[in-house]
Design a protein around this ligand. Structure first.
Ligand SMILES: Cc1cc2nc3c(=O)[nH]c(=O)nc-3n(C[C@H](O)[C@H](O)[C@H](O)COP(=O)(O)OP(=O)(O)OC[C@H]3O[C@@H](n4cnc5c(N)ncnc54)[C@H](O)[C@@H]3O)c2cc1C
Length: 541
């Protein structure tokens, strides 16, 4: 929907949009923010989906940014674009935070083929990817507060499998479907597949196999096997395949890694309006596949063997991948909170990481976020858009030392977020199998706080036990490389390459490397750099 009070500009936007996208989308226009809001409410009531809002910043009565803020409450998933004159660029940049703007477009946008269509196309592709996820033929029926249901939904969302989620308590259709399928209530969660088959209490692996998510290796031997599909692994897959290496990436859960859980990455170069982790993962996965990399998901790597010049990666399902080189990019995993009640209620109100699939069910709820680093800050900002109240429990005396300035600013501008410093959760209590209360210890003693959901971000550690006795690690399990392995049993005359481990031809990149910088950009940088070192290794070998 385009909104502009200047008839000529409005007509031009609508004309160009119709020319570029009129075949697949209806283009609506309004000549003021107020009229556009009315129209959006009508569309919403009718159940129509709204993909994109384009508004001029300079409109008397209601500027574009104010309209977009209000429109967001009606159609939160629509992409938001602000039309600005060059002189308004600063206002547009400020609006990125205020409105969660997806793009600002400078007037005039001539020629539209270069200035308008690529931007709109990209935003619509992203929107479609999200909309498709909710319109799939696959249906999962379960209890909202069941760990098994949560795990299945999380897995499907992270692997971008379109699915409709039906809550057996709230949804009459769910109960009717169960009756028709003849499934007893104690056999949930249930997956109803597009071909009509019914899987009662499926494991993630069973479901992945039935949906064809997992896949099998296509070759007997690879130049490069990458372990882990976070930003480091995906970057290596893109560079490896694009430079002609036979490349396969093996990922235990879903491509994207930790970054895939980020609700909004704002500091990644080239994305001034930020991008969600799932969007980054989707783009990188498409890119790696298009360039010819094989991606094997839902496959766990459980061992590594070096025999002569051969490197062998052992998979949890009993298979083995043979390679000239291996890149370990297995990142880090969330540390669990060790306090009474937390283990029992995990997946039933307590979640590790952002668990973005839960956001919508946080409406009218009190959400507690534990942690004081950027990941916790991002989650608090994200959930504040859904929950009535968000409380952050931060162990330190302030956020300044642990969180980026831009996030602290965003948090302080949110009226429904409270930051409690010097505070930690010491126990969790549930009712009917779901979290109800947290015991919080703060500077003034201990108190019991009602909580509907709690998201925990208290750091992470590498899971590198599978490399025990093969690859050198530091005392915390992070993998040593380059200068750190040169003097300790390095077997060759040449020095190890910068990202090479103590086993020649086995490289490491990203968060799992000892003393790495824990950032998306550095993981991507190391993943790409590792490929160039692999080339050097192959030339030398
Ligand atoms: C919620 C959140 C928000 C964040 N926000 C930002 C941000 O805004 N900006 C920023 O720069 N950084 C951010 N970070 C940090 C950033 O995401 C990480 O630094 C980055 O993802 C590290 O990439 P990686 O590829 O090294 O590892 P990971 O992202 O940890 O990926 C490793 C992958 O390896 C897989 N794996 C592990 N072991 C195995 C195995 N044995 N077999 C097969 N697969 C395996 C895992 O399943 C995982 O997918 C955030 C982190 C989190 C958790």
């Amino acid at each position: 929907m385009a909104v502009d009070d200047e008839p000529a500009v409005l007509a031009a936007v609508a004309r160009d949009l119709r020319r570029g996208f009129g075949e697949s989308y209806r283009i609506l226009r309004a000549d003021s923010g107020a009229k556009a809001l009315e129209l959006l409410t009508e569309l919403r009531t009718r159940g129509d989906q709204v993909a994109m809002l384009i508004a001029d910043q300079r409109m008397p009565g209601m500027p574009g940014t104010e309209y977009l803020v209000q429109a967001r409450t009606i159609v939160p998933d629509a992409k938001r674009v602000l039309l600005t004159a060059y002189a308004d660029t600063e206002a547009a940049i400020a609006a990125i935070n205020e409105v969660a703007l997806d793009y600002y477009l400078l007037k005039p946008w001539d020629p539209p083929e270069e200035q308008l269509f690529p931007v709109v196309e990209d935003l619509l592709t992203t929107w479609e990817a999200g909309a498709a996820l909710e319109a799939g033929g696959l249906r999962i029926i379960g209890h909202r507060f069941s760990k098994d249901s949560h795990d299945l939904r999380d897995f499907l969302a992270r692997n971008r499998v379109p699915v409709r989620w039906l809550d057996v308590e709230r949804d009459g259709e769910a109960r009717e479907l169960l009756r028709v399928a003849g499934v007893e209530a104690d056999r949930l969660p249930v997956a109803l597949l597009e071909d009509g088959s019914v899987l009662e209490r499926p494991t993630i692996l069973e479901l992945a196999e039935r949906l064809g998510v997992a896949g099998q290796p296509a070759q007997d031997h690879y130049d490069l096997v990458i372990v882990g599909g976070g930003p480091a692994g995906l970057a290596a897959a893109v560079y490896g395949a694009s430079e002609g290496l036979r490349t396969v990436m093996v990922e235990r859960e879903a491509p994207g890694g930790q970054a895939g859980q980020s609700s909004m990455i704002e500091n990644y170069l080239g994305f001034p309006a930020g991008l969600t982790g799932s969007d980054l993962a989707r783009r990188a996965t498409d890119q790696a596949r298009r360039l010819g990399a094989e991606l094997l998901t839902v496959k766990d790597v459980v061992g590594l063997r070096a025999e002569g010049a051969g490197r062998f990666v052992e998979l949890g399902d009993g298979g083995t991948l043979s390679a000239n080189c291996v890149l370990v990019a297995s990142g880090v995993s969330y540390r669990q909170l060790d306090a009474p009640g937390f283990a029992e209620l995990t997946g039933a109100g307590i979640y590790y990481g952002a668990a973005l699939t839960e956001a919508r069910s946080c409406a009218e709820q009190h959400v507690v976020v534990i942690g004081g680093a950027n990941s916790a800050g991002q989650a608090a900002v994200h959930f504040a858009g859904y929950a009535t109240r968000v409380t952050m429990l931060v162990r330190g005396t302030s956020l300044e030392r642990s969180m980026s300035h831009y996030l602290i600013e965003q948090l302080s501008a949110l009226a429904n977020v409270t930051v409690r410093t010097e505070s930690s959760a010491v126990a969790a209590e549930g009712e009917d199998g779901h979290l109800r209360r947290l015991h919080v210890r703060g500077p003034d003693g201990e108190e019991v706080v009602d909580a509907d959901a709690c998201f925990v971000f208290i750091g992470a550690s590498p899971r590198t036990d599978w490399l025990e006795g093969v690859v050198a690690r530091d005392e915390r399990g992070f993998i040593l490389a380059g200068p750190d392995v040169r003097d300790d049993g390095w077997p060759l005359k040449r020095d190890p390459f910068l990202l090479e481990t103590n086993v020649p031809g086995v490289f490491v990149a990203g968060d799992v490397r000892a003393r790495s910088i824990k950032r998306v950009a550095s993981a991507v940088g190391e993943g790409s750099m590792a490929v160039s070192l692999v080339h050097q290794y192959l030339v030398d070998a």
